[in-house]
Ligand binder design. Structure first.
Ligand SMILES: Nc1ncnc2c1ncn2[C@@H]1O[C@H](COP(=O)(O)OP(=O)(O)OP(=O)(O)O)[C@@H](O)[C@H]1O
Length: 592
């Protein structure tokens, strides 16, 4: 940046002797340096000496432009590398947040911050700040040179341009902050409209709600476009007015020099220096102004990213995999700092109460239960009774507000949670399949080279989907399933989900029974198969239908966040009115 400033100033400095010589070549003899140069380099005529000085001027101007270009190139690369680092840190930070954080955060907003706002930071905050600095140095050097040349004139020129830009900035700064905030909020709304529309594209099509999402998108896109355009106009347009002013100042300066009585001939070199200075100084000042204007416009981006980066401080360096962290936790455990958490006997919930953030009432209220190893249990109850919340506590996704999750006598804490979770397999209601091969969907989240194909096949066999993959899919395990697995049926997707849960050979499988994708019969078959192939695993099913729980060792009936009854199916049918009510409701739903 300094070098850029020096060269830009030199470009302005060399113009003065050059124009001076052009207007009066006899001046070579008046200047000791020029005279020495003339003699030392053996010039025979003033014309060839003029060409020589002209070439130096040209070289300095070209070099200063080249250095400016190089500086901008380096600054641009730096800004984008910072964008990469910030966006990676944000993703890392967001991903490592406790599950509870995601319950209160809009995923479109998170995605927008990672992808767009980090970019806005690089382009709209960092790059302008660097440009302001670089061109600020240049402007200072040029101004310094002008002061050395002609202090009064330089002061007038600097004051006029400096004040003009300052005045413009002070006038537009409030507006810039306001439209910057409007841009940020419109951008969130744009992202939400798009992500919600495509996230529920089936419902959108069936219910014919395309227009609704367009109506949500369009005004937000309008505000976004308008605020971007206004900020760019406010950043660029003053330049043209100030250039006009600059032209007026040059003309005025020449008249001033003429009027000072030295004549045009003597005024010309100085005037040329001021013209070149203006040619360099104005863009430099424009860049400084634009930097401040953009910074102001993007103040809200800066505030948001700062807040999110501080609040979502990643626990580990970006790029470190969850697996690696889990391994570390295990290693820590094996060194005795943290008691190893191997599940061999039982999972216990001791007086667990859980309230969602900002909820009025607890969703789980003093729940205590024991799930022995190698058992098949079901969590059931009416809708909203707390089944999913209870499963999320067991999965280590939610921390009890009070009470404890205990595994073989060891309380699960943030320190040993990863080790606990590495023994769990989870099958959600809606299986999210990525747009990649069946194989990589089963070995979820692993690089191609890290996938254990034998483990994939073993898991697929247990999930009863191996034959289908081999016989019906064109490329077997290498068949690409399409985004969200659109090329598979609900049952097939769920079996892939089960195979995914089984890939790591977990000791416990938690299956959230699909309420919509599958019919009763298919669901029962899947649960029965899973039970038959448990092979020593503990199976916990969140049962929305009682047809699937008949073979359970123990059924826990939840009601309003409490365990209303528990026991084997036949015992509950005989003894629990709660359970009979549920069974009745189930039967009537089946009959419909
Ligand atoms: N993120 C949340 N914030 C606040 N309250 C929540 C949240 N998620 C669930 N709840 C509330 O907690 C209670 C239990 O919900 P939960 O999802 O555990 O029920 P469930 O038995 O799994 O229901 P379903 O069978 O309908 O899936 C409900 O009253 C629900 O409204």
């Amino acid at each position: 940046m300094l070098f850029m400033g020096i060269l830009q100033m030199a470009g302005v400095g060399v113009i003065l002797p050059f124009v001076s010589l052009l207007s009066d070549p006899t001046k070579i003899q008046d200047n000791a340096v020029l005279e020495w140069l003339y003699g030392a380099l053996g010039f025979a005529s003033t014309d060839s000496f003029l060409i020589f000085i002209g070439s130096i001027l040209l070289f300095v101007l070209v070099a200063s432009n080249a250095v400016t270009a190089l500086t901008i190139w380096l600054m641009t690369r730096f800004s984008w590398s910072v964008q990469k680092r910030i966006s990676t840190r944000l993703l890392n930070g967001y991903l490592h947040q406790p599950y509870e954080t995601f319950l209160n955060r809009n995923s479109a907003d998170t995605g927008k911050n990672i992808l767009i706002e980090s970019q806005q930071f690089a382009n709209g905050v960092l790059m302008p700040a660097l440009k302001s600095l670089a061109f600020g140095i240049t402007a200072t050097m040029i101004v310094g040179f002008l002061f050395w040349l002609e202090p009064i004139l330089a002061m007038v020129v600097t004051l006029i341009f400096g004040l003009a830009y300052l005045l413009v900035y002070l006038t537009v700064r409030r507006a810039l902050l306001r439209i910057g905030r409007a841009r940020m909020s419109a951008n969130t709304k744009r992202f939400q409209a798009v992500s919600e529309a495509f996230g529920s594209v089936k419902e959108v099509k069936v219910m014919g709600r395309e227009a609704h999402f367009l109506q949500r998108y369009e005004p937000a896109a309008g505000v976004f476009a308008q605020s971007m355009a206004t900020s760019q106009v406010l950043g660029q347009v003053p330049r043209y007015a100030i250039e006009g002013l600059g032209f007026g100042v040059v003309m005025g300066s020449m008249l001033f020099l003429l009027a000072s009585g030295n004549g045009l001939q003597s005024a010309l070199p100085l005037a040329s220096a001021f013209v070149v200075a203006g040619y360099r100084l104005l863009p430099a000042l424009q860049n400084v102004y634009q930097g401040f204007a953009q910074w102001r416009f993007n103040q809200s981006v800066l505030d948001t990213l700062q807040k999110d980066l501080a609040a979502h401080e990643p626990p580990a360096q970006a790029g470190k995999t969850e697996g690696a962290e889990r391994f570390e936790v295990k290693a820590e455990g094996s060194q005795g700092r943290q008691k190893a958490l191997l599940f061999e006997k039982a999972i216990e919930l001791r007086g667990v109460t859980y309230s969602y953030p900002m909820a009025d009432a607890p969703s789980l209220d003093n729940v205590s239960l024991t799930i022995p190893r190698n058992s098949f249990v079901a969590l059931t109850g009416a809708t909203g009774a707390g089944k999913t919340t209870l499963a999320d506590i067991i999965l280590g996704l939610l921390d009890p507000s009070s009470g404890e999750l205990v595994v073989d006598g060891t309380v699960v804490t943030p320190l040993n949670r990863a080790e606990w979770q590495s023994q769990l397999g989870y099958v959600p209601q809606d299986i999210y399949l990525t747009d990649s091969t069946i194989g990589s969907n089963i070995a979820y989240g692993l690089a191609e080279g890290d996938i254990d194909l034998r483990a994939v096949e073993r898991a697929a066999r247990i999930a009863n989907i191996h034959d289908f993959i081999l016989d019906k899919l064109p490329n077997g395990y290498d068949t690409v399933v399409g985004e969200r697995g659109v090329r598979l049926s609900g049952g097939q997707r769920q079996r892939i989900g089960i195979a995914r849960a089984l890939y790591h050979d977990p000791a416990i499988i938690v299956l959230d029974e699909a309420t919509s994708a599958l019919d009763n019969e298919t669901e029962r078959r899947i649960v029965d198969e899973l039970d038959a192939m448990r092979g020593g695993r503990t199976l916990i099913v969140i049962a929305h239908r009682l047809t699937t729980v008949q073979k359970c060792h123990e059924v826990f009936v939840l009601d309003n966040g409490r365990i209303a009854a528990s026991g084997p199916y036949s015992q509950l049918v005989a003894q629990s009115t709660e359970f009979r009510k549920l069974a009745q409701a189930d039967l009537s739903a089946d009959g419909q």
